[in-house]
Design a protein around this ligand. Structure first.
Ligand code: HEC
Ligand code: HEC
Ligand code: HEC
Ligand code: HEC
Ligand code: HEC
Length: 319
């Protein structure tokens, strides 16, 4: 017992040291940027197209991923946001939402916490503009107005988890130790000068190669810090408590970026290489004749034995 306690204490001290020693080139908390007042302004601030000039391959990969359309989704996400408003916010007695005019950033954070974290840099008008745009897009589809539907779909897609969301906004997790992301720096695995005009420095994000980085959005369960906790993705919880706890040692990045060879095109079952990595399926079958009962006599039957082994790092499917 005593020994367990001592080991416990040593373990704990180790954790604290780790946290203190970790270093990145974050800095003091910067002044928050001025609030974006339109979708266009917010999209411009996080526009990834400039990065494509020099990181073309990564850009092309990213563009294929659902991160590049994280509000539109497959496209199931945008309609589900509307369902959240109609069947949730407008029916809850204390949400303060009776019509679309009452919607604020705080309300949309139920989803935007992970689907569009940069929404916290926008005014409530932008929250309402997003809802109006999704409704307009749905209406254009119903009206068969393809041009308008396409135009509005582009506007919805302009809001996404782009390069600077991961490589700046949420790049540093332990801010007391590593500091806050600075407005002129891209965070990755290297330090030094960076050729981009606006982000002229590169610095290290200590956890960007670790599963915890993806865990910021891939969910552990209810989001208790919200006024009204929502729950969507739970893959990170499953990864920690079902995979790592049973000896699993690979990271999200190892499977989804490197072994899959998909890089920034992080995918699931829509991609063949992920399907192959997902399951071992073993099927054994036999046919025989079986005497069932007096009335039906001997009947032919088949016995099929299917065993499936989940090789991924979490429960599937998720969300
Ligand atoms: C904890 C972060 C988080 C929150 C909060 C969250 N989501 Fe998600 N959501 C995800 C992630 C990550 C995925 C994709 C991975 C998965 O399915 O596990 C996803 C997937 C989805 C999908 C399926 C995606 C598709 O393209 O078909 C829909 C629909 C969706 N979310 C809607 C919502 C809505 C609506 C809300 C708000 C009520 C919400 N989510 C809140 C993280 C979140
Ligand atoms: C969802 C989060 C996410 C998004 C979005 C994202 N990255 Fe990354 N990026 C990562 C992670 C994770 C790594 C790998 C870190 C590691 O393994 O150490 C990485 C690595 C990199 C690297 C260094 C490694 C390499 O492959 O050369 C570059 C450069 C990079 N990203 C640029 C970009 C650009 C440009 C975009 C936008 C087109 C982008 N990233 C979008 C998470 C992201
Ligand atoms: C003018 C060219 C240029 C532009 C534009 C540019 N980069 Fe880079 N970036 C580079 C070069 C060169 C490196 C160093 C690459 C190397 O050594 O592998 C780099 C490195 C990086 C790294 C660190 C990679 C690592 O190994 O950890 C990240 C992250 C990154 N860029 C993200 C971005 C993002 C996000 C944008 C858009 C805002 C962007 N870059 C725009 C040229 C550019
Ligand atoms: C800023 C939040 C955020 C971060 C960080 C993030 N993701 Fe995601 N990811 C999402 C959301 C949101 C979706 C779903 C978008 C949609 O379809 O609506 C998603 C989708 C995915 C999907 C596709 C799921 C599907 O149903 O096809 C995979 C795979 C994935 N992410 C893996 C990763 C990995 C691996 C990392 C870390 C390297 C990571 N993500 C980091 C938010 C994030
Ligand atoms: C051992 C390899 C492995 C690890 C580790 C791993 N994944 Fe996966 N993941 C897979 C495979 C294979 C699939 C495809 C199976 C599928 O989509 O049904 C998948 C599917 C997914 C999906 C889609 C789930 C769905 O609805 O089908 C998401 C999201 C995801 N992974 C995110 C993550 C995140 C985030 C981490 C780290 C916390 C992670 N993965 C760790 C192999 C892995």
């Amino acid at each position: 017992m005593k020994r367990a306690l001592i080991f416990g204490l040593i373990g704990c001290a180790g954790c604290i040291m780790l946290a203190l020693n970790a270093s990145g080139a974050g800095g003091p908390k910067p002044e928050p940027p001025p609030k974006a007042t339109t979708i266009a302004e917010l999209a411009e601030r996080y526009d990834s197209s400039r990065c494509a000039d020099c990181h073309e391959e990564i850009y092309d990969e990213w563009e294929e991923s659902l991160h590049a359309r994280s509000v539109l989704g497959s496209p199931r996400t945008a309609p589900t946001i509307i369902t959240t408003i109609e069947k949730g916010l407008k029916l809850f007695p204390y949400s303060g939402v009776k019509s679309d005019d009452d919607i604020t950033v705080e309300h949309l954070m139920l989803c935007a916490k992970c689907h569009l974290p940069q929404l916290d840099e926008a005014t409530d008008d932008v929250a309402r503009e997003i809802v109006a745009t999704i409704r307009g897009w749905q209406q254009a589809y119903r009206d068969g107005d393809d041009d308008k539907a396409e135009e509005l779909e582009e506007t919805i897609e302009s809001l996404n988890i782009g390069c600077m969301v991961c490589h700046n906004k949420i790049a540093l997790i332990h801010k007391y130790a590593d500091g806050y992301p600075q407005p002129d720096t891209v965070y990755g695995g290297q330090e030094g000068d960076h050729d981009d005009d606006e982000y002229s420095l590169m610095a290290e994000a200590p956890a960007i190669g670790e599963s915890i980085f993806c865990g910021q959005c891939h969910g552990q369960g209810p989001n208790f810090e919200l006024e009204h906790p929502s729950q969507c993705a739970t893959a990170y919880g499953s990864y920690l408590f079902a995979y790592v706890a049973h000896g699993g040692s690979e990271s999200c990045q190892e499977c989804h970026m490197y072994k899959s060879e998909l890089g920034h095109n992080m995918q699931s079952y829509r991609d063949d290489s992920m399907i192959e990595m997902a399951l071992d399926v073993k099927v054994e079958s036999q046919s025989l004749f079986w005497r069932k009962n007096k009335e039906e006599g001997v009947v032919p039957i088949g016995v099929i034995d299917v065993s499936m082994y989940n090789k991924s790092g979490h429960a599937i499917p998720d969300g």
